[in-house]
Design a protein around this ligand. Structure first.
Ligand code: PMP
Length: 299
């Protein structure tokens, strides 16, 4: 499929409080966010016209900015409205929604106290990012890069700069014939993939790494609640790499990845099984429910 560059599409983008034509949403090259990665973003999915867990995404966006030392000049309510309005303006009901906040071009140095903070929201159609084959299970290679120590980077922030090692890891994995990479934590435990959290089924229980140096994903928390609702025990812990040998099923969970079975990590093979299938079905059923119903069913 031919790639249509993002700057060569039609549509509407919300930018600092205004709806503007997609093609006019251009940024000056001397923007602090571009040079120094002073930018935070969100990845949201709308299903049947509702953005799943919108309030949680907006809260994380505001908090990501604070972790980078800036305050987004819009309230949570205004950001929620912007996301919904941009979806409607683009006539989309099932789509990926991308808010981004960044420091502007008033100053271009490490110190950037006087820069204005900008916010934009765009949306587009984006089917599951592993494609229709994802149900067969994806294959992960081992990344050379590790998730940094929380004193090395603001790891709880969905900050643009943290994706530098994600892109390097994903490119290396793809070059080696894998779909994605498994990134370890700075101290060598299982971390996450480059864009989703990971779950392992060991002896009928669901194990997932403690998110102390990477995102505690909204999908991750949703899946944990769905598992508990089914009576599946959830174990959050530091998981050594050797435990891959004990896992019968493995899957990824993230807004873009949704619930994606994993069929191999390096030399370890897994068969997507009953627990993955059940949670995948529960997640698919939950995301299309009305927001009030979602709030009732899963944390
Ligand atoms: N980790 C990384 C690195 C991610 O990019 C994402 C996607 N935002 C996640 C985990 C999962 O987070 P969420 O479920 O909130 O989308």
């Amino acid at each position: 499929m031919a790639l249509i560059p993002f700057d060569d599409r039609d549509g509407t983008i919300w930018w600092d409080g205004h709806m503007i034509p997609w093609r006019d949403a251009k940024l000056h090259v001397l923007s602090h966010g571009l040079h120094y990665a002073s930018a935070v973003f969100e990845g949201e999915r709308a299903y049947a016209g509702n953005i799943f867990k919108l309030a949680a995404h907006t809260e994380r966006l505001i908090n990501s900015g604070r972790l980078l030392g800036f305050e987004i000049p819009f309230t949570a309510g205004q950001i929620n409205d912007a996301c919904n309005q941009v979806l409607a303006a683009n006539h989309l009901t099932d789509a990926y929604v991308r808010p981004l906040a960044w420091r502007g071009s008033e100053q271009l140095a490490v110190s950037a106290q006087q820069t204005k903070i900008h916010l934009m929201v765009a949306c587009w159609q984006w089917p599951n990012f592993f494609g229709a084959d994802r149900l067969k299970g994806v294959r992960l290679g081992m990344a050379e890069w590790r998730r940094p120590h929380p004193q090395t980077a603001p790891t709880a922030s969905k900050a643009a700069g943290l994706y530098m090692i994600g892109t390097l890891s994903k490119h290396a994995a793809e070059a080696a014939g894998y779909d994605d990479a498994l990134m370890l934590t700075w101290d060598g435990y299982i971390g996450e993939s480059t864009g989703a959290n990971i779950f392992l089924v060991i002896d009928g229980k669901l194990h997932t790494p403690t998110p102390d140096c990477f995102l505690d994903g909204i999908t991750r928390r949703t899946v944990m609640a769905l598992a508990k609702a089914r009576g599946i025990e959830v174990v959050e812990r530091h998981i050594p790499v050797e435990d891959l040998a004990k896992a019968s099923e493995v899957f990824l969970a993230g807004t873009a990845a949704e619930v994606t079975p994993v069929r191999a990590i390096g030399t370890h093979n897994f068969v997507p099984g009953k627990i993955t299938e059940a949670l995948l079905a529960d997640y698919e059923a939950l995301v299309v429910m009305a927001p009030e119903e979602v709030a009732k069913r899963a944390a």
